[in-house]
Write a protein that binds this ligand. Structure first.
Ligand SMILES: Cc1cc2nc3c(=O)[nH]c(=O)nc-3n(C[C@H](O)[C@H](O)[C@H](O)COP(=O)(O)OP(=O)(O)OC[C@H]3O[C@@H](n4cnc5c(N)ncnc54)[C@H](O)[C@@H]3O)c2cc1C
Length: 467
């Protein structure tokens, strides 16, 4: 054990009620794991907090000792920010309470919740909180960065549905941020990620919804270009009830894929309709008409089934690398470059993910939250997904090369939750004209940058005293 870890342990262990896990402890190896195997690290100590006072103790001690500190909710940071080598992980996985007030359509979500725990609790009251598409993702990291998913167009981003935060700030105080208290923090926490403290509770708005219509299909390579052109036209004035995502990929060699498509470039298209199913039918039929008829299906799905249907596509421990950006318009050259690039994908699990925001998310003004500008609705995410460490170079390079080709047509900006760990130079791009305000808030609440394992906003350096 290093000297600094020994100091940390001895300062913490008498008053800490949760688990303090050291590398020789039986539970350490499991607790060490995060979702992205590419970013695996070996922390000196994992402080698994049982309540807010444990979080305060961990933050106070980290600050006094000056140890590198990561904060973990679901461990799904694509960049691997929720772990570190040698330092401390503040692990919130024991803090997973969700309290629902069905009459008020409100919930309190504890800082360690996964999306699945939120969905299960809210659905008992026939309500939803708009979040992401994989139930084993952590709610905290997702909400603090923004939070997009199947319901974004209908109800807005996750952060748009937060009415209040309770957090432990760098000086270990418990602070509330909402529309009347600490308004600077309230603004910055809606999109600013983990820069400002450890959020122990979110107060959120809920909406009534228990099922959706799901329509899916696969388009063969010759149909991808017309499909994407239709998508870009349809979505610009589509009803908020419609969410339409398209993934470009190599079709898996599985029984449910027609023989002639297996191993070939395809567009996998998924649509969700959240309104009256009869009203949705023409939109779904039109969208699916470019797909191979054998692959097309439409069904009504319980909300919880929708929220877990992609869980097994993104298993823990594989290696992932990503780059993302926005387009105001998807031009024909961009479409061509993407379709051509699929043929060179090094791993069959890798995808080019295309989503269209707009809807309720676009009705929030750019300066209202730190998340910012929502005017470029096309979101592209290149997500490489492979298992063998010896293939790291090929997979990472495929993403970088394609991203550089597509970059000139993109609108500057990036969603912080879809960034990798090597993109610190793009953090100002994520916040653009909001950057100075973010630095201001960071400098006030975390002047020594204790919370720096994130898409980091460095605080201003203190002005040297002239006395
Ligand atoms: C399989 C998968 C599916 C995804 N799907 C979506 C999606 O549909 N929509 C979407 O918007 N994003 C999605 N993402 C991206 C996701 O939003 C981010 O990876 C997010 O950081 C995950 O949150 P987490 O709590 O699991 O992260 P963690 O790895 O636990 O934490 C990431 C960072 O968040 C901060 N953080 C976490 N908890 C707290 C807290 N309580 N207080 C303060 N800071 C905290 C810390 O800075 C930490 O480093 C997905 C990611 C994965 C891996």
């Amino acid at each position: 054990m290093s000297e600094v870890t020994a100091d940390l342990y001895s300062s913490l262990h008498r008053r800490f009620k949760g688990d303090l896990l050291l590398p020789h402890d039986d539970a350490y190896e499991d607790a060490r794991g995060i979702w992205n195997g590419l970013a695996a690290r070996t922390p000196g100590l994992i402080a698994r907090c049982s309540d807010v006072s444990d979080v305060q103790n961990a933050v106070r001690t980290a600050s006094e000792i000056g140890i590198l500190t990561a904060v973990r909710c679901g461990g799904h940071s694509l960049a691997g920010f929720s772990t570190c080598d040698g330092g401390m992980v503040i692990d919130l996985s024991r803090m997973r309470r969700v309290m629902v007030d069905a009459d008020a359509r409100r919930a309190q979500i504890a800082g360690g919740c996964l999306l699945g725990s939120v969905d299960t609790a809210t659905q008992k009251a026939g309500l939803v909180f708009p979040s992401g598409v994989v139930s084993h993702t952590g709610a905290s990291g997702l909400i603090l960065g923004g939070g997009t998913g199947w319901l974004t167009r209908r109800f807005g981003l996750s952060c748009d549905n937060v009415e209040g935060f309770t957090l432990v700030t760098a000086d270990s105080s418990v602070v509330r941020a909402n529309s009347t208290e600490n308004m600077d923090l309230f603004w910055a926490l809606r999109g600013g990620g983990g820069n400002f403290g450890v959020v122990t509770e979110f107060e959120v708005k809920l909406h009534p919804l228990t099922s959706v219509v799901l329509a899916e299909g696969l388009a063969s390579e010759v149909n991808i270009r017309p499909l994407l052109r239709r998508w870009r036209e349809v979505m610009c004035d589509a009803p908020h009830d419609l969410k339409w995502n398209i993934n470009l990929r190599i079709a898996p060699r599985t029984k449910n894929v027609p023989r002639e498509l297996r191993g070939r470039t395809v567009a996998s298209t998924s649509l969700i309709w959240t309104g009256d199913s009869d009203a949705g039918r023409p939109h779904l039929e039109r969208a699916l008409s470019a797909c191979n008829p054998e692959t097309v299906s439409t069904k009504i799905l319980p909300f919880l089934t929708l929220q877990t249907m992609a869980d097994s596509d993104f298993p823990h421990g594989r290696r992932y690398y990503t780059k993302s950006g926005y387009f105001t318009f998807l031009d024909d050259d961009t479409i061509e470059q993407m379709v051509e690039a699929v043929a060179t994908i090094p791993s069959p699990e890798t995808q080019i993910e295309l989503a269209y925001l707009g809807g309720a998310a676009a009705q929030v003004a750019a300066d209202e939250t730190a998340f910012g500008d929502r005017s470029a609705p096309f979101v592209i995410t290149l997500l490489a997904n492979w298992s063998d460490a010896s293939a790291d170079g090929d997979n990472i390079s495929w993403v970088r090369v394609l991203f550089n080709k597509l970059r000139p047509a993109m609108k500057p900006g990036v969603y912080v939750n879809f960034m990798s760990g090597d993109e610190q130079d793009r953090v100002p791009e994520a916040y653009q004209e909001r950057w100075d305000r973010m630095v201001e808030v960071k400098s006030r609440w975390d002047p020594n940058n204790l919370f720096r394992l994130n898409q980091n906003i460095p605080p201003r350096k203190p002005v040297a005293s002239t006395l």
